[in-house]
Every structure is written in C-alpha cells, then in structure tokens.
Design a protein. Structure first.
Length: 375
C-alpha cells in the first residue's frame, strides 16, 4: 500500500513539474517538449489526485497541498487546450455554401477551394495509399512535405489533374511539393531561415478571379535525439507571421507541418503577429501526429487563414502509411465574414518577443548551433 501511495504522489508531482517546466520561455527541447502533451499531463494530474483522494487521503496538511497542486496542474493544462474542444466558442464560422467537391473549376458559382496537406514521411513506401486518398478527397491543392526524389516520382500521376506544380524534393526530410488545379499567378520556393529548410509561397487564383496568398511551411522541430532546440522553428514562424501582418489586407492561408501545437507560446505568438484564424478552435484537436501511436497524438499539421474565409469542411483523412494523417480543409471566400470574425490582436510585448526569436536564430546560425547533431 505504501508503494502505491508513493507512486501516486510521484506521478502527481511529475505532472506539476512538467507543467512548471513548460512555463519557462527558453527554446531548449527539454522545455518546449512539454508544450505538446498537455492533455496527457492534465489526465495524469487528475488521475493521481483522484486516486490519492479515494484511497489514501487522511486529512493531513501535506495531503491537502498535494491535492491542491494536482488540481491546479490539471486546471491550468485544461485551460490551455480548452479553446480546441467542442465546448469552446468557434473562431471560424461555418459556411452555408455547398462543397466544391466534384465540381469543375468552370462550373463553380462561388470562390472556394479544397486544400489537402500531408507529411508523407520520407521513408514511407506506400505511395498508392496517398494517391487513393487524394482521389477520394478531390482537393484543388495538395501540399506534401518530406518529399524526396522517390516521392516526387511516385506523385507523378497527379500531373494530369494538377498541372501547376512547385517541386522541391530533398533527401533531408524537408522536401516540399505543391500541386494545384488552380492557376498559380506566383509560385516560388524560399529558404527563410535555414538554407536546407524550404517553404513554398504561391498566389492561387480562385474561380471568379479572387487571389489567395498561400504559404506552405515545414520548420525544423525541437527534439532530443539530435539535441535540437526550437530556435529555427520559432524564428521561421515569426518571419512568416511578420510578413503576413505587415502586408496589406489580403486573403491568406498558411499550411503545413509546423512541428508545433496550436497552444504553444510560439504558435500563439505567430497567430497574433499574422492576424490569422484557426478553424479548429471550438471544433476539436484534429490530431494528425503520431498516426502510429494513439496515446501520444498531437495536432502538428495546421491550416491558419485570414478572416476572409468561412469553413466548409475540415477533417482528418485516412492513414497513408506515414506517421502523420493527411488533413483536408475547404474554405469559402466570403468578404462579409471579416466583420463577424475579428482578427486576433497583438499583445503588449509581442514585437519584443518576435525580435528575441529572430536574434536568437541569428546568433545560433552564426555559431552553427541551429543545426541538429551539433557537437
């Protein structure tokens, strides 16, 4: 009984310590890693507190302190993820426009488009599974990341249906390809922060002549195996967020595997800098990674958009053999939505926070500390 009691206390204390660690502003992976499993940490704190109260509680002062700590931990974590549950208020309104699925560009009466994003996992050889998912989902635009030369050849059958293509296959897990049925008025590949991490930037022309500015990104993640911190990821999100925020008011979409969760300090800063909306708020997590591990699963594949759009459809698609699920979204361009969907406002100090991240990346790049596997 004593062992079980101490294990219960230990798990509760662990949940509290991991929560406290995530509050630090540093970029080290040991800190930023705990931005991800907020649901799991909340569950651990709740379970340990409940078990202790039911099985071991005798009314002592330290016991009350432990229960209060467990409750505070669970409530704080729940507060962070609550906006992404169906209990919260939606940020993006549902459109009354019917889906464009199956309609040719020429017969559409409304400027909307369907976007599929997928991290294919470079080592994944089940190419046909993705092709079948794309055929069933019928997107207008496909953004695929982690595409190497093998994947570039495997996705060749998309060319007849998606004549507008941006190709940047790479062998380092950061290749990227964009396929579009919609005309691309501008399309370019850039290396915003690191010379081996590409991003795709294009202007889509919707039916009716509406221009949409699409940014496809896949920054380098924080992770312990290569002792990689979050500095380059944070800087890339700041660069993109600043560029969008500084541009004139225009329809904009940011999509890709951001290697971050929407409730992290970096993603929250990006949303405020860019003024973009998150269609998952009030609807659910839409966890896309890890497709092979149902316990530790997080929303890493994102679509953020300006308030020119309402949501027609948002869903997670079937597995394709990758460690990520593909995600599908359909957005309807509706200019009157701007009044009903206000942009997120910047907070005091956001400019300084953004500049700090850019300066940290500049310093890391100068010494090589922004690269994985450094010694």
């Amino acid at each position: 009984m004593l062992v079980a009691q101490w294990v219960t206390v230990g798990l509760g204390v662990l949940a509290a310590l991991l929560t406290a660690l995530s509050l630090f502003p540093g970029s080290h992976w040991m800190v930023r890693l705990w931005d991800f499993p907020r649901l799991q940490i909340a569950a651990l704190a709740s379970l340990s507190g409940a078990v202790y109260a039911a099985a071991f509680f005798r009314g002592g002062a330290l016991e009350w302190a432990f229960l209060a700590t467990a409750a505070a931990t669970a409530l704080w974590q729940a507060r962070k993820i609550f906006p992404y549950t169906p209990l919260a208020r939606t940020q993006v309104q549902r459109s009354t426009v019917g889906s464009a699925k199956g309609r040719s560009l020429e017969t559409r009466r409304h400027p909307s488009f369907r976007l599929l994003i997928t991290n294919v996992q470079m080592e994944n050889t089940e190419h046909e599974r993705l092709l079948r998912v794309i055929e069933e989902a019928a997107p207008d635009v496909v953004l695929a990341v982690e595409t190497d030369a093998v994947w570039a050849r495997a996705l060749g059958p998309l060319a007849p249906s998606y004549p507008h293509v941006v190709r940047q296959p790479q062998e380092n897990w950061y290749g990227m390809m964009l396929f579009s049925r919609l005309p691309l008025l501008e399309a370019r590949c850039e290396f915003l922060v690191q010379d081996d991490i590409p991003s795709v930037h294009a202007v889509l022309e919707l039916p009716g002549g509406v221009h949409v500015f699409l940014h496809g990104i896949h920054p380098r993640p924080p992770e312990p195996i290569r002792d990689q911190d979050s500095t380059p990821r944070d800087a890339e999100l700041v660069v993109v967020g600043n560029a969008i925020g500084d541009a004139a008011d225009r329809p904009t979409v940011v999509a890709g595997d951001l290697n971050d969760v929407a409730w992290s300090p970096t993603s929250e800063l990006f949303i405020r800098l860019s003024g973009l909306l998150d269609p998952r708020r009030g609807r659910g997590f839409y966890n896309s990674y890890n497709a092979k591990n149902p316990v530790f699963r997080y929303p890493l594949d994102h679509v953020f958009h300006s308030n020119h759009f309402r949501l027609v459809e948002l869903r997670r698609l079937p597995r394709i053999g990758s460690d990520h699920y593909p995600m599908l979204i359909e957005l309807s361009y509706e200019p009157d939505a701007e009044a009903a969907q206000p942009e997120p406002e910047e907070e005091a100090g956001d400019g300084e926070r953004a500049e700090d991240r850019l300066e940290a990346q500049a310093e890391a790049a100068a010494t090589g500390d922004d690269r994985p596997g450094r010694e």
